[in-house]
Design a protein around this ligand. Structure first.
Ligand code: 8YV
Length: 313
């Protein structure tokens, strides 16, 4: 029975897949008809699993690899990785922080601008030949407005910096105020939503933030408010969001993430006050290359020294 030492959980970009296969003899788990059974039979010696924020890794898969010592993930989010199972076994987990901050913040700001100013809506209007026949509605000013940030981490901070250039008044909600952050900390998320014109969600995903943007928070943001989410769909009560957007209790939304990707609530397709993106905030050539480089740096560091360089655990 042949044994693999490096398992790749799910497909990444083709160049990454081939480099993993050729240089590290990685076995593509997704090509096995019964992945868990395959792991139990062929991954008893596996030391490393490579995955991504999208594919994650389950507690069952971890349990099926008794010698697993490192999980190297492509992406900053780790809500799809069974961290408790990894922690219990002392398995190192690495992600790709920092290298994507600028691009994620750029897209967050793009979604905000688009949802407020109707860029995609205007594009549809022009392409449909409506210019000259119908009038395009007035939109919402962005500069000088109030921006609330839910989760002032490394990405939230980049969003705040961009907002500074737009002359915005900025406040944020974290469980605790961040040392040295020049922006106002608001300990009550509902108060932040009630104050803000725009609420940008940039916190981590996972159980600690599940449903944080509830119906009540959406209500507080209100009929003129705009919600931007580049974090995880799980942070927002999606049913409440869709209902509020449909009946005008929320002004608009710019969304890069959804609860059950790639499924997007169909009710949103008909709404011109909503801008939809297919989870691409980090999806630029430059940032994806930097993320891939960090995956290989973590992999090489673990294989060479026994320690990953950007650990989550
Ligand atoms: C990734 C992401 O592109 O980094 C993350 O956590 O959500 C995205 O940047 C994607 O999920 C990688 O699988």
């Amino acid at each position: 029975m042949s044994q693999a030492t490096l398992i790749q959980i799910g497909p990444l970009a083709p160049q990454i897949n081939s480099r993993l296969r050729e240089q590290y003899q990685a076995v593509p788990l997704w090509e096995q008809p019964e992945p868990l059974a395959w792991l139990r039979e062929h991954a008893q010696q596996a030391r490393v699993a490579v995955t991504s924020a999208r594919h994650g890794i389950t507690a069952e898969a971890i349990a099926a690899m008794p010698r697993l010592a490192a999980i190297v993930s492509f992406g900053v989010g780790y809500d799809s990785i069974a961290l408790d199972a990894a922690r219990a076994r002392g398995i190192q987990v690495s992600n790709t922080p920092d290298v994507l901050n600028d691009c994620v913040a750029d897209l967050a700001f793009g979604l905000l601008l688009d949802a407020a100013r109707g860029i995609a809506h205007g594009d549809r209007f022009v392409r449909a030949g409506k210019w000259g026949r119908d009038s395009f509605p007035l939109t919402t000013r962005v500069s000088g407005k109030k921006l609330g940030i839910l989760g002032l981490g490394r990405i939230g901070e980049k969003v705040a910096q961009r907002a500074t250039g737009f002359g915005m008044d900025i406040a944020y909600h974290n469980r605790r105020a961040r040392d040295g952050a020049p922006w106002r900390h608001e300990p009550d998320l509902k108060a932040l939503a009630g104050w803000a014109d725009f609420l940008a969600v940039t916190c981590v995903g996972g159980p600690e933030t599940e449903g944080l943007v509830s119906a009540g928070i959406i209500e507080a943001l209100g009929p003129k408010g705009i919600l931007v989410n580049v974090s995880r769909g799980s942070v927002v009560d999606e049913d409440a969001l869709v209902a509020a957007l449909r009946n005008g209790r929320l002004g608009g939304a710019g969304l890069d993430v959804f609860r059950a990707e790639p499924q997007v609530p169909e009710a949103l397709f008909a709404l011109d006050n909503v801008v939809l993106a297919p989870h691409v905030a980090s999806g630029t050539h430059e940032t994806r290359a930097a993320m891939a480089a960090l995956v290989f740096d973590n992999l090489d560091a673990f294989l060479g020294t026994g320690k990953v360089i950007t650990p989550v655990l």
